[in-house]
Design a protein around this ligand. Structure first.
Ligand SMILES: [Zn+2]
Length: 295
């Protein structure tokens, strides 16, 4: 029963995911999607969400094997700031207050949680890297500038690592990380840079040439510009299908994160790792929320 309750809760939490970034062109197609659960979700966020992104797509290449599962909670954040425009419901729904975020980090530290990058997960699952049983992976989608101004100082203060997913063509645009900020993040060794496509496009049912350019091109451009290896990928809007998963593998990423709710990871879901969004409802004791998560 609890499993279903938890799932239901995260189903609702998921309603506030990155689907709602209104200035992204794909938001319009999401808004026009007739399959939205408008009545089952809070009024404010209902228009922004396609519930299918919380389910595993059909036909994934590695969904039939039965490899060992490890509990590696990957926590998903977007904005961490004081939202000034109270009418900006999208930003508010994707945001966590900086003070609450700091308390969540302190909570994880006090409870003895170890932190990893997403790129460590393939090695953890292969048994190559030592894995502490209480661990968490922090991820931040979209590459907003508050990652540099708010999150990064806290990562340094508490010596915590995090993975940030960047849409390449947004680098330097208003409200997003600049090239110099990204260089500083890389030099700190506290931040893994991952790809979030070139233009933050929805990959489910995308034209094959478009999907390929977005998945391959973002990796190549990030690697070339910053002189680093890009190992992991995040599907924008959590939207993907078997074709997109295949392309991510072909592009030689070693793992990818989805927005499918859960904390158990395995070789099976290495290219659509589950994530948890603590957001507003978890409060400061994020450790107990992670412990309660059973799938
Ligand atoms: Zn995103």
């Amino acid at each position: 029963m609890r499993r279903y309750l938890t799932h239901g809760l995260f189903f609702l939490l998921g309603a506030t995911l990155s689907l709602g970034i209104s200035h992204f062109s794909n938001a319009r197609s999401v808004l026009n999607n007739k399959n939205l659960f408008a009545k089952q979700t809070p009024e404010v966020i209902a228009p922004y969400y396609d519930p299918e992104v919380f389910l595993k797509p059909e036909g994934l290449t590695n969904s039939s094997s039965r490899s060992a599962k490890l509990k590696i909670p990957i926590i998903m954040y977007h904005y961490v700031e004081q939202v000034k425009d109270h009418g900006d419901f999208v930003r508010k729904s994707l945001n966590i207050n900086p003070h609450l975020f700091e308390q969540q980090i302190v909570n994880l530290k006090e409870q003895g949680y170890s932190d990893y990058f997403v790129k460590d997960i393939p090695d953890i699952l292969a048994g190559v890297v030592n894995y502490a049983s209480s661990s968490a992976v922090l991820t931040f989608d979209d590459g907003y500038e508050d990652f540099y101004t708010v999150v990064f100082p806290l990562l340094k203060k508490y010596n915590m690592r995090a993975t940030v997913y960047i849409a390449y063509n947004f680098i330097g645009k208003k409200g997003f990380l600049t090239e110099n900020q990204i260089r500083e993040l890389i030099e700190s060794d506290l931040v893994e840079i991952g790809s979030h496509t070139l233009d933050h496009v929805s990959l489910k049912s995308a034209r094959p040439d478009v999907a390929k350019e977005q998945i391959f091109g973002s990796k190549e451009k990030l690697e070339e510009r910053f002189g680093i290896k890009i190992k992991t990928f995040a599907y924008p809007y959590g939207s993907f299908d078997a074709a997109a998963e295949r392309l991510v593998k072909e592009a030689s990423y070693s793992a990818a994160v989805s927005v499918i709710p859960g904390s158990l990871q395995s070789q099976d879901n290495l290219f659509y790792l589950s994530r948890i969004r603590p957001g507003l409802f978890t409060g400061t004791t994020v450790d107990s929320a992670l412990k309660e998560y059973e799938h």
